[in-house]
Write a protein that binds this ligand. Structure first.
Ligand code: ADP
Length: 522
């Protein structure tokens, strides 16, 4: 049998599956790419926020430096008392600057220190700042060089000698070419609390929290209460060495959001592919079924023609011989009549089968149900069939189940079913010409078994033998004559009875067909 679907499978794979797989792979890779892009955009967005915080701190410090410079310039023109008053007012306004210091560039003469609360300053502040400036002289030199190139820079210095405080230094812009150092001592925690917190609060959105940590990673300020949040992005704060500003996402992190999205999309693509493959599988299965059916239909026509031709030619041959009066002995004559009778019976059975099949196909079958005893029905069939059975040298044993309830059946249809099964049992038997028919009761079913010891049926074929036109094409079975309609008719009659047909078979050992009728429909 030709199998055209073998050619179709690779074609369908090339036309549908390959482009889909390529498209899916492309989708998956571009998905990953776009997820990465989203992550990149989001990260750079967070970096911009962190940058704006640092810019804000820078602006604050630069403004303070500019203001201080103005005081100094004014004091040089006016008097020292006014300068000190200005500075003190400025220190109160700034809230986080503890003191202001000015010094000559080489830190030789005494420092000028102005503070509102000199008692709160770290001990030996004057000496300590002197030392710190000397230790950091290289930074001062850089400031001088930068000033020469027109750059006004500000430097933050951290040192244990001034505790937690930060010393901010810059060079004053004076009319004369002279260089003088000016600086302020800032308390970072006060700066964050009084000067920076407003900015931090203003940029905090619904999704994240902005927090500041010190050098020990202790959170000293936070715009929200989310202890479960994880740090998404972090940056050092300009002019406050050791302090970091952190952006924390409330609940989920970006990467987990991105991962979740990717997984969701991947599942979606896989599901689409799965449905496509299932669809393709169904198409192929149907296609295969249709081609097999059309092949079987072609075979059916050949089989039926052959089935009809053989009895017809036998009838033709023997009737001609008889008509011509060539047979002299009475015994021979009877034998020929018997052959003609058998073959015409066979012919009418084939025609019956085809007609029955047609009316089943067209849904024209009419059943009339009567209450029957299965055992007497079998006995009648076996009696009517005994001549044929004995003639074929078969032995049939009937093991009738006792006390079976009567069942509701279409008698003629069930007789046809039994004859079909007996016919098959004889047709597909070899040397062991034995058939056992059993009836009995199993739960709500009255059953009837027809068992032979013939060719048997492979398990792959057992699933197909009830399909229309299906005939086993391998082994000895293929040499037997048939239409492939018998079991289809049997199955359809059993369905009309809301019964079942089951087969147990083992190749080379024989088969057992079981019919089950509901006993509660009596
Ligand atoms: P067919 O006219 O070919 O006998 P059926 O529909 O009656 O058509 O049976 C379908 C196929 O099932 C047969 O071709 C045969 O191979 C297999 N079959 C049916 N009954 C038996 C049996 N008792 N033993 C072995 N094979 C069987």
């Amino acid at each position: 049998m030709k199998k055209p679907y073998r050619k179709i499978i690779p074609l369908l794979i090339i036309i549908i599956l390959v482009p889909t797989i390529i498209l899916s792979l492309y989708q998956i890779s571009s998905l990953n790419q776009s997820e990465k892009n989203i992550e990149k955009v989001y990260t750079s967005e967070l970096n911009t926020i962190l940058g704006s915080i640092n810019e804000y701190v820078g602006d604050y410090i630069t403004d303070w430096a500019r203001e201080t410079n103005l005081f100094v310039l004014e004091s040089r023109n006016g008097n020292d008392v006014t300068f000190k008053e200005y500075v003190k007012k400025f220190l109160i306004q700034s809230r986080s600057i503890n003191m202001l210091v000015t010094s000559d560039i080489n830190v030789t003469s005494d420092l000028q220190i102005i503070s509102n609360n000199p008692d709160t300053l770290p001990i030996n502040i004057r000496e300590n700042i002197k030392n710190i400036l000397k230790i950091n002289y290289s930074k001062i030199k850089t400031l001088i060089e930068q000033k020469r190139s027109g750059i006004r820079n500000i430097v933050a210095i951290k040192n244990n000698l001034i505790g937690n405080n930060v010393l901010i230094i810059f060079l004053l812009q004076l009319p004369e070419e002279k260089n003088e150092i000016c600086g302020f001592l800032i308390n970072p925690e006060n700066f964050i609390k009084w000067n920076l917190s407003w900015k931090l609060k203003s940029i905090t959105g619904n999704e994240f929290v902005v927090a500041v940590s010190d050098q020990n990673n202790t959170r000293i300020f936070s715009t929200g209460e989310d202890s479960s949040a994880t740090i998404e992005q972090q940056a050092n704060i300009n002019f406050l060495p050791g302090y970091t500003v952190n952006i924390l996402l409330k609940g989920v992190t970006i990467s987990s959001l991105v991962k979740e999205r990717s997984i969701r999309n991947l599942i979606l693509i896989s599901l689409i592919n799965l449905f496509l493959i299932i669809g393709l599988w169904f198409v192929l299965k149907n296609f295969r079924k249709e081609t097999e059916l059309s092949n079987q239909q072609t075979n059916f026509v050949a089989n039926v023609s052959h089935e009809l031709r053989t009895p017809l030619s036998l009838i033709n041959l023997f009737s001609e011989t008889l008509v011509m009066g060539r047979v002299k002995e009475r015994e021979k004559e009877l034998e020929y009549f018997k052959i003609i009778n058998d073959e015409s019976n066979r012919l009418s059975r084939i025609v019956e089968k085809v007609l029955r099949f047609r009316s089943i196909e067209e849904n024209k079958e009419k059943y009339s149900f009567t209450t029957e005893d299965i055992n007497s029905l079998i006995e009648n069939v076996l009696q009517a069939y005994s001549y044929q059975i004995e003639n074929s040298n078969f032995k049939i044993r009937f093991e009738a189940g006792a006390n079976l309830p009567e069942i509701q059946i279409d008698k003629e249809a069930v007789i046809e079913v039994v004859i079909n099964l007996l016919d098959n049992a004889m047709k597909y038997s070899n040397d062991r010409k034995e058939i056992i028919v059993t009836t009995g009761l199993e739960r709500e079913f009255v059953y009837l078994k027809v068992k032979d010891f013939g060719l048997g049926i492979s398990s792959a074929n057992q699933r197909k033998i009830f399909e229309k036109f299906y005939r086993v094409q391998d082994g000895l079975a293929k040499d037997k004559r048939g239409t492939g309609l018998g079991l289809t008719i049997v199955k359809s009659i059993m369905d009309a009875h809301q019964g079942r047909i089951e087969v147990e078979s083992s190749e080379g050992k024989g088969s057992c067909f079981t019919l089950k009728f509901r006993s509660n429909n009596v």
